[in-house]
Design a protein around this ligand. Sequence first.
Ligand code: FAD
Length: 206
Amino acid sequence: MEPTQTTIAAVREVGADTVAVDLETPDGFDAQPGQFLKLSTTIDGEHVSRFYTLSSPEVGETIEITIGIDPEGELGPWIESAEGESVTVEGPYGSAYYENEDDSLILAGGPGVGPAVGIGERALADGNEVTIVYCDDEPVHEDRLSALKDEGATVIVTDELADHVASYYEGQQVFVYGFQEFVTEALDALEETRGDPDDAKVENFG
Ligand SMILES: Cc1cc2nc3c(=O)[nH]c(=O)nc-3n(C[C@H](O)[C@H](O)[C@H](O)COP(=O)(O)OP(=O)(O)OC[C@H]3O[C@@H](n4cnc5c(N)ncnc54)[C@H](O)[C@@H]3O)c2cc1C
């Protein structure tokens, strides 16, 4: 989709320094959970663009992204109070997204929990199996993680990523979402366990 103006319909706190942002879905927009958008706006006269991954299970009247707020950042602190504002979106982009896999293992660090819950909800709705291993000092989206657990997903919140990667890999499509440090840790753990993480779907937040 070409750059398109849309409205920030809602901004909700979903845990420490993290918000879920609902954007009105532009006409004709479609995407799969795990794909990402480019979001642009003007802050103090300066054009700012950042990428954010979908955290909603499907495209409805709104689409959701989940943003970890760095208080020193440019776009994050702005978006916290941007309900009702206009932004430009482009996309979707990326190849690390859910494609109706029947058994998924999602490794999520920090705001990587956004695509984890989006894919998890969609996978369960499709009758598929899903395991989420989520690492964060202060876990967010706890309501949605707990609902996923109640509905049959395996949800592990841990700081021992490697132990859980070792236990869950065979026959599963692996997804990895998070910032560089987490992605490196996850790929190292996968390599140790299975020797070859090349078939994992990986999105590095930078
Ligand atoms: C494919 C992709 C998907 C992504 N998906 C998500 C997602 O779903 N959720 C999410 O939260 N993030 C995601 N990100 C990261 C996101 O795009 C932003 O990088 C992040 O939100 C920080 O943006 P910001 O404008 O708030 O901070 P920035 O302004 O980019 O700052 C980040 C840090 O850099 C420091 N910094 C900035 N400018 C300077 C400077 N001039 N000198 C020194 N230090 C500086 C700041 O102090 C701050 O600590 C994704 C990134 C990519 C590439």
